[in-house]
Design a protein around this ligand. Structure first.
Ligand SMILES: Nc1ncnc2c1ncn2[C@@H]1O[C@H](COP(=O)(O)OP(=O)(O)O)[C@@H](O)[C@H]1O
Ligand SMILES: [Mg+2]
Length: 429
């Protein structure tokens, strides 16, 4: 591995960027920390590397960092620390080298490799996901996978691996993820919070929980049915922000990005989807719904759409997050209750009707109640997770109450005034 690392370091000043089957450009270091990207002259305009970077002859550059889209999938948190431990600080502090190590195996449709390397130099980890998740030792198997390789081009704080399903026709790809000691029963938490979203009719990828509840698996949505890679850009990248700014987002800017990059019916659908995701997060007591946990998915310039929901966790069940505030602001406020400001935003900026918003709140409340019933049963069956399951049910109760208040508030205003006012009884005679 150290020979390989030396080779990567030696070739990491200049990286080849591929989209689909072909090479589309070159990414190079510029100055000490900056970067420059140029398309190859023959690149087809459909093979762009980012919605923000149409194919053109003029190069793109950033003076003191990697261009944001190339930072999107850099390992963070656990995976980054692991790389530091194994290879030393140079690698973990040099984003270009980190990209060289992880770019062939990344979320989205780009593959980035040190110049001269084959685009497939990283062989995917092949796992029979169904069998692994059915195994009571899934947590141990996960740890082994994590040790096997570290070239995973995926962001996020928690330990995770990218794997390819073994022996399936379409070679489905999965992200497997675990919690850490500060987040007990995280996989159970994410599984049931995602179930609540699915029950509410919000789009989610396929997801699964290991038998003993330690590993959460989510099927990757950045592939089409034929197995071709789809472009995925999170809202941090779409707003040209580095990952460390992910908690500084506003819904106003998210909506602007949606309006800039989507066309036709997908535009309203994406805005509604983001409003639903924010309302769901408020009610599910998920304070971690930041810019990197949402994004657009596309196969080309004309079909960008909101990606399904992911990384939904009831964060407030954990003491360290109990007083946490939401991650994306609306009208300058981090709202944890869907108040008048939220309603006004949904209507005026999100293009939602009052009925649409009311139905959305009712569906989310229903989804949470359905998943809460499942959590109670699950907690009884798996005592190791019971405390967290009970805690989540408590959190959601207040969330459902908040949604009920929203529905009532909207309902009262929704009725035309004349019908609402009961006729005043007139004294007879
Ligand atoms: N189902 C999925 N398909 C494709 N990419 C995904 C999927 N789920 C998550 N991702 C990508 O992986 C990143 C990390 O996953 P996430 O669940 O958010 O981890 P963490 O809890 O560590 O933040 C996301 O920001 C997104 O880029
Ligand atoms: Mg995340």
């Amino acid at each position: 591995m150290n020979d390989l690392l030396a080779k990567i370091e030696a070739n990491a000043k200049r990286l080849d960027v591929h989209v689909g089957p072909g090479r589309v450009g070159t990414l190079e270091r510029e100055g000490a920390q900056g970067s420059v990207f140029a398309y190859l002259p023959e690149t087809n305009e459909a093979d762009f590397v980012s919605l923000l970077m149409p194919v053109r002859l003029q190069s793109y550059s950033a003076s003191s960092a990697l261009i944001p889209v190339f930072q999107q999938n850099l390992p963070e948190g656990f995976l980054r620390r692991k790389i530091t431990q194994r290879f030393g600080k140079v690698l973990a502090t040099d984003d270009l080298i980190l990209l060289a190590l992880t770019g062939a195996n990344m979320i989205g449709r780009q593959k980035i490799v040190p110049s001269g390397f084959s685009r497939d130099w990283i062989k995917p980890l092949r796992v029979d996901v169904e069998a692994m998740m059915a195994d009571s030792q899934a947590g141990v198997l996960f740890a082994e996978l994590l040790d096997e390789f570290i070239g995973f081009g995926v962001s996020g704080a928690l330990p995770k691996v990218l794997v390819q399903e073994r022996d399936t026709i379409h070679d489905a790809q999965w992200i497997l993820k675990v919690g850490d000691t500060s987040l007990p029963s995280l996989a159970v938490n994410e599984y049931f919070t995602m179930r609540a979203a699915a029950h509410a009719g919000l789009p989610t990828p396929e997801f699964t929980l290991s038998e003993e509840g330690t590993v959460f698996g989510v099927k990757r949505f950045d592939f089409d049915v034929a197995g071709n890679s789809l472009g995925f850009e999170d809202f941090c990248a779409l707003l040209a922000l580095p990952p460390e700014r992910t908690y500084g987002g506003t819904m106003e800017r998210v909506v602007k990005a949606i309006e800039a990059f989507t066309v036709g019916p997908e535009r309203l659908k994406a805005k509604e989807g983001m409003i639903a995701a924010q309302l769901f997060s408020m009610a599910a007591r998920n304070t971690d719904a930041h810019l990197k946990n949402f994004g657009l998915l596309y196969s080309g310039i004309g079909d960008a759409r909101l990606a399904p929901m992911f990384d939904m966790v009831t964060t407030k069940v954990y003491p360290q997050y109990r007083n946490d505030i939401p991650s994306i602001s609306i009208a300058g406020k981090k709202l944890d209750v869907a108040d008048k400001t939220f309603v006004r935003f949904a209507q005026e900026r999100g293009g939602m009707t009052t009925t649409g918003l009311r139905d959305m709140a009712i569906r989310i409340a229903g989804g949470l109640e359905e998943a809460a019933a499942e959590l109670i049963v699950y907690g009884r069956a798996y005592p190791a997770h019971q405390a967290v399951c009970d805690g989540i049910v408590e959190q959601w109760k207040s969330g459902v109450q908040m949604l009920d208040n929203l529905v009532q508030g909207i309902g009262a205003r929704r009725k035309p005034i004349k019908e609402e006012v009961a006729p005043v009884p007139q004294p007879k005679g």
